[in-house]
Design a protein around this ligand. Structure first.
Ligand code: NAP
Ligand code: ZN
Length: 365
């Protein structure tokens, strides 16, 4: 047997983990920049908890609260410049994947003053100042991944920053997700689920990454039922948060594959939330496998007998209504075929026609 297991993020999971572990914040310096979205970090209580924790250990801080969904390089440059002027020793991303990913990118930009939106993708390996993460959605798992997904308006796409930025610490408290509206709860949960699926059906999958996936599928068995029943109680919030963090660890170890790579243009051009963009492609992706033995194992853990039962669950949870032309599908498929890392992660050979077919069956009205 062969595997590499690398998970450098210290994870504190449970209620009130931030306040009970606030002394840890001292390890990272005297000045912190908090990075959030426009309002939810305040509404869900995470920002108050963090402000009290930082004040309680005499750390000065500023708040950058301008991160939009699917964070742009323009916003990242703006936040980085504020962080540099402030002399931030470390950055704390509070929110969904967007503020956490933006905070990771800012940690790179602040450490490397010569880096701009123009040269960030030049292929240099860059360091970063320490970055901490506090998720307020149960979806991306960004609190435990090295990835920062940004929007390049110049290239008209979303893409990975191309740098490794693991959060030093993740404070994961499901209380912060209690004010998530139902639709965002669904789309972010579907994102977490697709991480589990794509990490599990992956050429990089190993004994260690599979353990996270299999526990995640077991948790989703109950979570899907509660999502359909709209019974979003404390147990649901905690279980889906755990499944999301496990999914994050799994993709940190194995990576994502077809649905994630194919979903980016559906978000950029059609405005689909990230989780739904992946979710809508997942059934077609699963059906496209020639060898379905691993899919059967995953379905068993989910308490399902075949892919069509999963399809029924998805139909209960979300529908999409977008207009898309054959030319657009061709262009998306062509762009996807350039994402060699995503293709490499898929366990079977795949042609451009296969990708066109998955888009077509998934997006047919
Ligand atoms: P998001 O874009 O961070 O946030 C979506 C919406 O949810 C925003 O309107 C946000 O409001 C709101 N929200 C967040 N927490 C809330 C709460 N507790 N209560 C009420 N509303 C809340 O959504 P996301 O799905 O978590 O993140 C998606 C991004 O993560 C995408 O860019 C995706 O590509 C990326 N991603 C990254 C990784 C990774 O490993 N790094 C993995 C998967 C996805 P505010 O704007 O007010 O905060
Ligand atoms: Zn995702």
């Amino acid at each position: 047997m062969n595997f590499k297991h690398f998970m450098p993020t210290e994870v504190y999971f449970g209620k009130h983990v931030l306040s009970t572990n606030r002394k840890l914040l001292k390890t990272f310096g005297q000045r912190a920049m908090i990075v959030t979205g426009k309002s939810s970090a305040k509404k869900c209580g995470a920002l108050d908890d963090l402000s009290s924790a930082l004040s309680g250990v005499d750390i000065e801080f500023i708040i950058f609260d301008e991160v939009e969904e699917n964070p742009s390089l323009e916003t990242i440059e703006k936040g980085s410049s504020i962080g540099k002027d402030f002399g931030a020793d470390f950055v704390i991303g509070v929110g969904g994947g967007s503020p956490m990913d933006a905070a990771k990118a800012m940690a790179v930009f602040i450490k490397n003053p010569e880096i701009t939106a123009e040269n960030i993708f030049d292929g240099r390996v860059l360091g970063h100042i320490p970055m901490l993460a506090i998720p307020t959605t149960s979806g991306t798992g960004s609190e435990v991944t090295q990835y920062s997904i940004v929007t390049s308006n110049k290239e008209k796409t979303k893409k990975g920053l191309g740098q490794i930025v693991f959060p030093s610490i993740a404070f994961v408290d499901s209380r912060y997700t209690e004010c998530l509206p139902y639709d965002v709860t669904v789309s972010t949960a579907i994102d977490a689920f697709t991480h589990l699926v794509e990490g599990y059906l992956n050429t990089n999958s190993s004994l260690m990454s599979e353990m996270y996936g299999e526990k995640g599928f077991e948790l989703f068995k109950g979570c899907f039922k509660k999502l359909i029943d709209k019974n979003l109680d404390g147990e649901f919030r905690e279980n889906v948060m755990l499944a999301s963090t496990l999914g994050g660890i799994q993709i940190a170890l194995a990576g994502t594959s077809l649905p994630h790579g194919m979903g980016y243009p559906l978000t950029y051009y059609k405005g689909l939330p990230h989780g739904i963009a992946n979710g809508i492609l997942t059934i077609g992706y699963l059906k496209s496998f020639k060898n379905k033995s691993r899919i059967s194992r995953a379905l068993k853990l989910l308490g399902l007998s075949d892919i069509s039962e999963l399809e029924d669950i998805f139909k209960h949870l979300f529908t999409i209504n977008i207009n898309i032309t054959d030319e657009e599908i061709f262009a998306y498929a062509e762009a996807f075929m350039d994402q060699k890392d995503k293709l490499k992660n898929h366990t079977e050979p795949v042609t451009m026609q296969d990708i066109i077919d998955i888009y077509t069956v998934s997006l047919a009205k």
